[in-house]
Design a protein around this ligand. Structure first.
Ligand SMILES: [Fe+2]
Length: 202
């Protein structure tokens, strides 16, 4: 695919994702059934961040994104706004950890390793963190979201605060003056709170 993407496959994937709101076809199935070859070359790597983010498709409430990961550099715990999500490992190994907001604390959940071709489901409100492991091939992941991903909550553990990030921002703590930072609040706030308040209250 050499950095280009297969528009027919993307359109088919987006259509399957849209069906999720009408029938419970899991996003994980749609991603899992996708032909495996030809995607990795579309990934972009960004050594300044945990991963390089490239949106392959964004229309009608569906986003398909490919991420090329910097080995050993975890993203921040985050949710995905009001979207459902799924992630497929295209290459390499992902160290994945779930997090829980409990009684005002952010508590680490179980950690698992996902290998090539494995698919991870991200229900609404799910908080997680991923990291590309060291190895012969860097981690590349394909992400499928249906529903609004903005604002998404990114948890800044060093400062015990939540950054609400606009669409297209990555799952890492952004500089305060970054245009994608919609709001910052002390503690661990869910995206659903920002969505309830609406844009003026964010
Ligand atoms: Fe995520």
């Amino acid at each position: 695919m050499d950095g280009a993407v297969n528009d027919v496959l993307l359109a088919e994937l987006a259509e399957q994702a849209r069906q999720v709101v009408r029938c419970p076809l899991p996003l994980t199935t749609a991603l899992g059934q996708l032909p495996a070859t030809g995607w990795v070359d579309a990934a972009r790597f960004d050594p300044q961040h945990p991963y390089g983010r490239r949106t392959l498709w964004h229309a009608d409430g569906v986003e398909v994104m490919i991420a090329g990961w910097s080995p050993g550099r975890p993203c921040a715990p985050h949710d995905h706004g009001a979207a459902l999500g799924a992630v497929r490992v295209l290459q390499g190994r992902a160290v994945h950890r779930q997090w829980h907001r409990l009684a005002g604390r952010l508590v680490p959940g179980r950690s698992e390793v996902y290998g090539t071709a494995e698919v991870l489901a991200c229900p609404r409100g799910y908080v997680h963190q991923m990291c590309g492991s060291h190895g012969p091939s860097p981690l590349v992941t394909l992400h499928l979201y249906v529903g609004p991903t903005s604002p998404m909550a990114v948890y800044d553990r060093a400062h015990t605060r939540t950054q609400w990030i606009d669409a297209g921002g990555g799952a890492w703590v952004h500089a305060s003056d970054d245009a994608r930072v919609l709001a910052v609040e002390r503690g661990w706030m869910p995206s659903s709170l920002a969505i309830e308040r609406g844009p003026s209250g964010v």
